[in-house]
Design a protein. Structure first.
Length: 230
């Protein structure tokens, strides 16, 4: 039986030629860069508590888990709640000078992150499943990160960082100061003008791949303005 499909979102800045080239590569190939756990921004990423019957068992278990963790590649996305949170656009999309790439995936292709008061507690046993333990570690984060509404693509792929993750269906472009009476004057600012030029170029690439393009503005939450004429 096929699992239910869902939409997830990957934020990207779009304020430089490097940002433009990286986003263009995503749209043209459908592939995303996936990182090792120690490259991510959470200082507690991959940390866990491990319990065993003696020091030898504990060391053996920790070594096995660490070895497998190093082989996994991770790509982080947000669910709808993260997409609609202006804080996320501030952190990861250049203060609305960036995009959220919408990807349609099957639910079984990604793992939902659970937010807990404590890091993962792992208890050793004779037949423990190292793969399941590693996935548990990578999908549990402290509650302070809950606003990210994170979903993760996990792949045991030590030497490959690029992976196709579902189908890209839309690109949502930040529209900073887009709902003000003097928006036209504000967007003459050099930085905003540069961003708007990158946005036009990227929208042309997206439409060439039959990917929908929308503007996004911020009020109390993100307001989606469905406008294909960027």
């Amino acid at each position: 039986m096929n699992s239910i499909s869902m939409k997830i979102y990957r934020f990207r800045k779009l304020t430089s030629e490097i940002d433009h080239c990286r986003l263009r590569e995503i749209l043209e190939t459908g592939k995303f860069w996936c990182s090792s756990f120690w490259e991510l921004n959470d200082p507690m990423e991959g940390v866990f508590s491990y319990y065993g019957e003696n020091d030898e068992i504990i060391k053996s278990g920790i070594d096995a888990i660490y070895s497998l963790k190093n082989k996994y590649k991770i790509c982080s996305f947000s669910g709808v709640k993260g997409f609609e949170n202006p804080i996320m656009w501030g952190y990861y999309a250049g203060g609305f000078k960036g995009v959220a790439v919408e990807v349609e995936v099957r639910e079984d292709e990604v793992k939902k992150v659970r937010y807990k008061k404590n890091i993962a507690d792992i208890f050793s046993g004779d037949n423990y499943d190292t793969v399941s333990i590693v996935k548990e570690i990578f999908t549990r984060k402290l509650e302070m990160w809950e606003h990210e509404n994170e979903y993760r693509f996990l792949e045991d792929s030590e030497n490959n960082n690029y992976h196709k993750i579902g189908e890209i269906t839309a690109v949502y472009f930040g529209n900073p100061y887009g709902n003000l009476s003097n928006t036209v004057d504000i967007q003459k600012n050099k930085k905003l003008a540069e961003y708007n030029e990158f946005k036009k170029r990227m929208a042309n690439i997206a439409r060439g791949k039959n990917i929908h393009c929308y503007n996004v503005r911020s009020k109390n939450t993100v307001e989606i303005v469905k406008d294909n004429e960027l």
